[in-house]
Design a protein around this ligand. Sequence first.
Ligand code: UD1
Length: 417
Amino acid sequence: MSSMIISGGRRLSGSVCVHGAKNAVLPILAATLLTKNISVIKNCPNLSDVRHTIEILEFLGAKVSRKGDTLTIDTQNADGTHIPDSLMLKMRSSVIFMGAILARNGCAKISAPGGCELGPRPIDLHIKALKELGASIKEKHGYIMCSAKKLTGNTIYLKFPSVGATENVMLAASLASGETIISNAAKEPEICDLAEFLNAMGANVSGAGSSEIRIIGKNELSGSTHSVLPDRIVAATYLCCAASTGSEILVNGIIPEQISSAVSILRDMGCDIKAEKNSVYISAPKVLIAPEEIKTMPYPGFPTDVQSQFLSVLAKAKGTSIITENIFESRFRHTEELNKMGANITLAGRSAIVKGVPALWGAKVSAHDLRGAASLIIAALSAEGETEIKNIDYLDRGYEDFMENLNNLGACIKRIY
Ligand code: UD1
């Protein structure tokens, strides 16, 4: 694992462009298995999670080539049904392949998925939903084995609006016979992007973005071209970088309404923010004000994926703030590291209580997960002196050229491999 050295205390200025969304591209890549034709995916970021997903596709028999940010995927011979442990354990989202492989081949064998350690991350909702579509699923020796001669549409109620389970059902149901209704579906923008791609392939998906999604299954789907939506989490992370350093930047190439919950909190904290059609300008004051309690919620609520980054911004806000994490357990692992930098954060169950301090200082810290890595960078940018962040490779799962882009905005960061 490599490290990052950050000399803090510099103001940022200028503009940055946001790449395609990791959480949209992963299920879209899985969806390419639903056709035997060629799919072209544009605005595809070069992230380690995307590279792992491509490895899985290639292992299954697909031919994948990249030119710039465009992937061309030929799935004519992608008839593999088994994803080995070595590939599954690299990231949790590989569970998304279960529905796609099952729909294409009538069987699938995967092991329990890996990914960032954010507490227990069960896949019971995925399994229950696929069973309701007619799959027989057995769990044996750490493997999940699914089979179904033909999946059949059904009404599926998700007891929690799980993003991954909603996507798995959308993939499987697109080739099932009859109509599937997902009730209490996740409403995240990435669900809408997947629906758009599926429909471009000839699927019949309606209601994405609402809590009820209808899918009328088709016998076959064709290849298509799709441009991935911008990464709202990366966009919000850049805003946090500006907010924590009292800076003025323009974040380009985004859909501002998709980050409105984060923008509204930054405004409450004293930032001047102007949203245009595809960009957000932020000008942050020297001293931020602690906002009202922040609670992570399913979309359109405040995203769990920017909770860590906000914790770093709150560390120096005047007053006491509370962040409550309602989606994942163990998503405060970087708190101890922030406290090494002078923050005053205590944990109480699912909440972090942050007493704002006038300054943070550089320290030796370690990242434990993707968004925690981003959070430590935000803290280091605003700290006095030098910070060394170990295990920074987690960052590469979700941010392309993050260091280069921040250096272009005036930061002073180097990476040691
Ligand atoms: C996706 C995102 C992740 C984001 C999360 C919540 C991708 C690749 N990842 O993850 O970045 O943080 O949405 O917005 O898109 N749960 C169960 N049983 C299940 C499935 C989920 O209990 O079968 C629980 C999870 O433990 C968690 C909650 O539901 O507490 C939310 O999980 P889910 O929405 O499924 O997140 P992911 O799809 O894994």
